[in-house]
Ligand binder design. Structure first.
Ligand code: PAF
Length: 331
């Protein structure tokens, strides 16, 4: 099996590194030539939750910068065409250039799996690759990049993979050819399992996407603004009241769009805060690095959905602007 990983951030390094350790041909595509060089020279280091260190030697992986494709200095030889492409970039990196690169690397039989938070990108993939199934992975793996070739697996999670169906077209109005979109990823699941991941095929991936969206929409902006790890959201009554308000607003938005998600979302959010208590959320991490955040694809999308349904979501609206304001300040 051949897997290409586009985006060697924390999740990309974790999945790519462990798959390579399990004997899969893994090729990383990085944004910078410097990271590709480092991976070729040093390999990948993974620190497991029990502190065990896994070193994937340089000889076990391939690594290139996407610039090699853009400037035409590298041709994608036929024997290297991947069976699967894992797109593990941030959602904001899903643009014309990225789609063009994927188009050059993939062949018609290559499966594309999107790992991004938020919503909106799947429709972009679908319209760029009309004749193929676009898969979505929702993972609770906790991964933190220590440097460009070293990742800490903060917590072992599980990964659900599926093909989004009708509800994803809610705002974007694309139509899905259900016959084409049959999941044929049994080999993929086996490969992930033998690399040490808990992976499932989900027939309800839309529900998972919206469940994760609400978890991210509640936890991420609050931690980014208050600059606290996830667990500290439970430390005061005021913070917990904010969690509740944002969760209830989200549930009302979903209800207005007839999106079904579990009724115990508030309890689920509390439990994510507890199980990831020491984690810095991805949004806080972006803010601390001065990088753009995923606020638009998370709270921005929820706010659009509220407007489309003619209901108000004041908590999500204000958070959207507060986090956008942090970005504008180059904080
Ligand atoms: O985006 C994140 O950081 C994570 O999805 C979550 C669940 C909020 C835990 O940190």
């Amino acid at each position: 099996m051949k897997v290409d990983i586009i985006g060697a951030g924390a999740l990309g390094l974790l999945f790519g590194g462990k798959l390579a350790a399990g004997g899969v041909r893994v090729r990383f595509w990085t944004r910078t030539t410097e990271q590709a060089r480092l991976l070729r020279e040093e390999g990948v280091h993974i620190e497991e939750p029990n502190s065990a260190l896994l070193h994937i030697a340089p000889s076990m992986i391939l690594a290139h910068s996407v610039n090699d494709i853009v400037d035409g200095s590298m041709n994608n030889s036929e024997e290297e065409v991947p069976d699967w492409i894992f797109v593990t970039t941030k959602q904001r990196s899903v643009d014309h250039d990225l789609l063009d690169i994927i188009g050059q690397i993939a062949c018609p039989k290559t499966g594309i799996i999107c790992f991004q938070n938020g919503i909106g990108h799947i429709e972009i993939f679908r319209s760029a690759f009309k004749n193929r199934s676009i898969y979505v992975a929702i993972t609770t793996e906790g991964a933190k990049r220590r440097d460009s070739h070293y990742v800490i697996r903060a917590g072992v999670g599980s990964t659900q993979i599926g093909i989004p169906q009708a509800s994803q077209s809610l705002l974007y109005n694309d139509s899905i050819d259900k016959k084409k979109d049959q999941f044929n990823g049994e080999d993929l699941l086996k490969m992930l399992e033998s690399a040490g991941f808990e992976a499932f095929l989900s027939k309800e991936i839309d529900r998972e996407i919206y469940r994760k969206l609400l978890i991210n929409a509640v936890i991420n902006p609050l931690t980014a603004i208050w600059r606290i790890p996830n667990g500290e959201l439970l430390d005061t009554k005021l913070r917990v009241a904010m969690l509740k308000q944002l969760c209830e607003e989200g549930m009302r938005i979903y209800e207005a769009h007839q999106i079904s998600i579990p009724s115990n979302m508030y309890e689920q959010i509390i439990s994510v805060c507890q199980s990831t208590a020491g984690n810095i959320s991805s949004m806080l991490s972006d803010v601390l690095k001065g990088a753009p955040t995923e606020i638009d694809s998370i709270n921005g999308r929820l706010t659009e959905m509220a407007q489309a349904a003619g209901i108000s979501a004041p908590g999500h609206e204000i958070l959207l602007n507060l986090v956008r304001g942090l970005e504008a300040a180059g904080d």
